[in-house]
Design a protein around this ligand. Structure first.
Ligand code: HEC
Ligand code: HEC
Ligand code: HEC
Ligand code: HEC
Length: 493
């Protein structure tokens, strides 16, 4: 009986002993992990090196903030493609050849592609045919403003006006670091900050004080430094946002009309044209997400957890490549339902957009026929004004990224007015043509491919491409050599 009892208490002792060892091991493991985490946090809070004001090189900032830097570097991925967006190169002129006609006489008719990602900003602005080649490069320094962290650095040393009015090519060896940390952060505090004067100036003209801006607003305004409508004000190509009468397509149109501003004169119709850039922020402002306080960064830079640390994902991209971390933080619907919601809106917007594109291409060509048959300025002036407004409104939606998803109802309204104006222009031109004795309908040229459309508007693409290749072969390597000499390292693509 006693022996039985002894055996049992022996067993209990052993069990207690083993349990204690396990508990001790667990405690040791837990403390090491806590210490490790603390070291990680401290490492982040105490930068390994001090970053000077206007440091353009992302890799230098990356030494202090490796998670944010690594995720930023993923903007180099070009594999994701959604129904209409993503990070792969889509040649829009090939996909929609009417655009060549819409931009006749303007550089966009040479080349216009889907954006890839922030890490490519410098490379892509060098490569696009729009910036020209060795012989011909009409672009001002202003074009670098939203491509590189070197822009604020140079504005600080050269002065803002001198930066804008320099030649694009003359700043080639200075503008080498793609969009990055310095564009959005103060190096001392890492707080978000606005580095582009055009945004500060536009907000101040509206009576808004920079110090009153909330943190949540900043999470969109850092993007609004570049993802906005803008123009180059003369003299000096001064980068300006046309917001003084409001953010809508209609108010910006009124703003441009009040200056009689035009970006170019259309080669076929001779209409005084406006080119919309990418009014992403302005269109977004009219949507339900903005009115509920959802910021650009909520969808495009959601939080991510890696190795137990939560940080902001700097792989800025289409949120459709990241629905779980982006949309599903707020929406409980399945991934396939959310995708359907986005695509159904985009498809409807694209349907109307295509109607305007076809209608405007006809309007430009019909106007050309009217001129060719002796129409006068007086005959044409009303029709040309309608073409200007129709194309501006179409472009305001078409040039904005995301195929209108940021505010589907407003996108459809603006496209609706564009259809109305384009058809009114065609009706007026038809009257002129009838008066001139031209038989209707006029015969349309074959513009079914990008090449045919470019030949029709008289572009010598072989020459343009040859000139660009010369720049890539001789001038760009020289820029890179000089930059490397100046700053030590150079970002490699
Ligand atoms: C509610 C979420 C949401 C908000 C807020 C939002 N976006 Fe988007 N954005 C999207 C979606 C969805 C798309 C469509 C992506 C696609 O078609 O692949 C998109 C597309 C884009 C694109 C094109 C991406 C591509 O791959 O084609 C850009 C650029 C962009 N948004 C910028 C912005 C900016 C700038 C803001 C703030 C002014 C903003 N977005 C606010 C959800 C959002
Ligand atoms: C286009 C603007 C933009 C760029 C470029 C950018 N950031 Fe950020 N960053 C943000 C936003 C927005 C947040 C979220 C800040 C908040 O809400 O407080 C953020 C947050 C951070 C934070 C705070 C911790 C965290 O993860 O939330 C760090 C550190 C940081 N970024 C580092 C970097 C580094 C390093 C780079 C360059 C490789 C960089 N950022 C480039 C916009 C940017
Ligand atoms: C300094 C200017 C600048 C800032 C600031 C900036 N962007 Fe961009 N963004 C660009 C340019 C230029 C491109 C096109 C780059 C390329 O493909 O060469 C681009 C591309 C993108 C793309 C990919 C476009 C596509 O069609 O797939 C997305 C998404 C995007 N930006 C969202 C944002 C968001 C969200 C913010 C704010 C958190 C932001 N950007 C801040 C200039 C900027
Ligand atoms: C930070 C929260 C938040 C995030 C992130 C967010 N949404 Fe929303 N979304 C809202 C709110 C709030 C509304 C307004 C509806 C409401 O109040 O119930 C809304 C409305 C919508 C609507 C209907 C309105 C419209 O514009 O047609 C769609 C569709 C939608 N969201 C899709 C998305 C998708 C897709 C994403 C990811 C790319 C996303 N949302 C990300 C909060 C969010």
């Amino acid at each position: 009986m006693n022996e039985e009892k002894n055996k049992r208490s022996n067993l209990v002792n052993w069990l207690l002993f083993i349990a204690t060892i396990i508990i001790v091991i667990l405690i040791v493991l837990l403390t090491t992990s806590i210490v490790e985490r603390r070291v990680e946090t401290i490492a982040r809070l105490q930068p390994v090196r001090e970053i000077p004001e206007w440091e353009p090189r992302n890799e230098i900032w990356g030494e202090n903030y490796p998670k944010e830097y690594e995720s930023y570097m993923r903007t180099r991925d070009t594999l994701f493609r959604s129904a209409h967006g993503g990070s792969s190169t889509i040649d829009y002129l090939e996909e929609y050849p009417e655009l060549v006609i819409l931009w006749a006489g303007y550089a966009f008719s040479k080349d216009y592609k889907q954006g890839r990602g922030h890490a490519y900003a410098v490379k892509d602005v060098r490569l696009t045919l729009r910036t020209g080649g060795v012989e011909e490069s009409p672009m001002p320094g202003t074009c670098w403003s939203c491509k590189t962290t070197d822009a604020p650095r140079l504005m600080n040393t050269m002065g803002v006006e001198a930066f804008y009015s320099a030649k694009w090519k003359d700043l080639g060896s200075e503008c080498v670091n793609p969009i990055g940390c310095q564009d959005c952060h103060d190096p001392k505090t890492m707080n978000l900050r606005i580095t582009r004067p055009a945004l500060i100036e536009a907000l101040e003209r509206q009576g808004k004080k920079i110090k009153d801006i909330t943190h949540q607003e900043m999470r969109s305004l850092v993007c609004a430094q570049c993802h906005v409508e803008y123009y180059f004000k003369q003299p000096g190509f001064y980068l300006t946002f046309p917001w003084d009468k409001g953010f809508s397509a209609d108010s910006m149109e009124a703003y441009y009309d009040s200056y009689e501003f035009s970006d170019w004169t259309h080669k076929l119709s001779r209409a005084p044209m406006l080119k919309a850039q990418h009014p992403d922020y302005e269109l977004y402002l009219t949507g339900v997400h903005a009115s509920r306080g959802v910021a650009c960064a909520d969808c495009h830079m959601p939080y991510k957890v890696e190795g137990g640390r939560k940080f902001t994902d700097h792989h800025i991209r289409s949120p459709l490549n990241n629905i779980a971390n982006s949309c599903q933080i707020c929406h409980r619907q399945s991934e396939s339902q959310l995708l359907k919601d986005v695509y159904s809106r985009q498809d409807k917007i694209l349907e109307l957009r295509r109607i305007v594109e076809k209608s405007l291409a006809k309007a430009h060509i019909e106007a050309k026929v009217a001129w060719d048959n002796g129409a006068t300025e007086q005959d044409m002036s009303e029709a040309l004004r309608l073409i200007r407004h129709a194309q501006w409104r179409w472009d305001w939606v078409a040039a904005a990224n995301g195929v209108g998803f940021h505010s589907p109802v407003e996108a459809l309204r603006v496209l609706g007015t564009a259809i109305e104006k384009a058809e009114q222009a065609r009706a007026k031109i038809a009257l002129v043509l009838t008066k001139l004795g031209v038989k209707l309908p006029i015969k349309m040229p074959d513009i079914s491919t990008k090449e045919k459309a470019q030949a029709y508007i008289g572009l010598d693409m072989d020459k343009i491409i040859k000139d660009k290749n010369e720049l890539i072969r001789t001038v760009i390597p020289e820029w890179d050599r000089e930059a490397k000499e100046r700053q030590g390292t150079l970002y490699e693509y």
